[in-house]
Design a protein around this ligand. Structure first.
Ligand SMILES: [Zn+2]
Length: 318
């Protein structure tokens, strides 16, 4: 038996057939074209699944379930996407609509939650019961799995960890609040700060690295230059890690999970990021320096975590 995981993103719909051991055996994607109606997007999603099945000569009886990860708020119990800003989905019943095209069991969950669940089932979380996954990307995605259960709150909109405030006088967030964690610790935030520093110091290596063209700035450049000793980049990275630690200490103070796994492009920095991060977290953890028992590591499954987690959502509904 196989399961299919779908990542319903704002730019692309990605889907994969996943075997019982959590291995992706066939994967494909196509553009979401988000301005289309939700019926058409869901039909396209089902079509992508059918295409994958055909390529592997699989029939309906070979597919146990389809799981869909979507940004926004999901009603996992009823298979409804309550809110997805990018796609303009409001109370869309994915389960019923999908079944019109492909008659299988369909499950829906928030994308950050399925990524956490993927890591829990087959990634770094394999040895742990309580994990929190934080994705450092365009924003900050937070997924919480406690005792093997996805914790998304009573109404599906919980675990939005990117929108806890760490600076009440800070940057305006698109969610309406001021000073949300993702305004400081997302890849977007790091790029914003690197650009600002480059523009303020036009003789700096940061400015030279992009030839004064700020559209070329990415999150890796300040890390690379900091490693080479550039003081401006070092300052940016140090501030970035301080901000990241503040949010992570909030996470530990609320959940105290066994492990926090970091995903997204920035997490590719590995120990360069993790070592100073753990030191900063220790200083602020409730109970004092020795009380940081939560491990902080890099996620194992990378971009596939969401698809793999979605494929196994059915286990949450047994
Ligand atoms: Zn926010």
């Amino acid at each position: 038996m196989y399961n299919i995981g779908v990542d319903l993103g704002g730019t692309n719909i990605a889907a994969a057939i996943v075997d019982e051991k959590g291995k992706i055996v066939k994967k494909a994607s196509r553009p979401t074209l988000a301005d289309r109606s939700n019926e058409v997007i869901i039909a396209d999603m089902a079509d992508l699944c059918k295409e994958l099945m055909e390529e592997m000569s699989l029939e309906l009886k070979d597919i146990n379930s389809v799981g869909v990860g979507s940004p926004g708020i999901a009603d996992a119990k009823n298979g409804i996407i309550i809110y997805n800003n990018n796609l303009g989905f409001r109370n869309v019943n994915i389960k019923d609509e999908f079944k019109k095209h492909l008659d299988v069991d369909v499950y829906v969950e928030n994308d950050a939650n399925v990524a956490a669940y993927g890591e829990y089932e087959f990634g770094v979380g394999e040895e742990y019961e309580d994990i929190v996954a934080i994705t450092l990307g365009t924003g900050i995605g937070g997924g919480v799995v406690i005792g093997g259960k996805i914790m998304s709150g009573s109404f599906g909109g919980g675990a939005e960890l990117g929108h806890v405030v760490i600076d009440i006088d800070g940057h305006q967030c698109s969610c309406g609040r001021v000073g949300c964690w993702e305004m400081y610790s997302s890849a977007t935030a790091l790029i914003r700060d690197a650009r600002q520093s480059a523009l303020d110091n036009t003789n700096s290596p940061l400015y030279k690295a992009v030839d004064g063209d700020m559209t070329k700035m990415n999150a890796k450049i300040p890390f690379d230059l900091a490693a080479e000793g550039d003081v401006f980049s070092k300052a940016i990275i140090d501030q970035y890690i301080t901000n990241l630690s503040k949010g992570l200490v909030n996470v530990v103070n609320i959940f105290q999970p066994e492990i926090i796994v970091l995903g997204g492009g920035v997490s590719a920095q590995g120990e360069v990021l993790l070592k100073p991060l753990r030191e900063k977290m220790k200083k602020e953890i409730y109970g004092g320096e020795d009380m940081l028992q939560t491990k902080v590591e890099v996620a194992k499954l990378g971009n596939d975590a969401g698809i793999i987690g979605a494929a196994f959502l059915y286990k949450q509904h047994k």
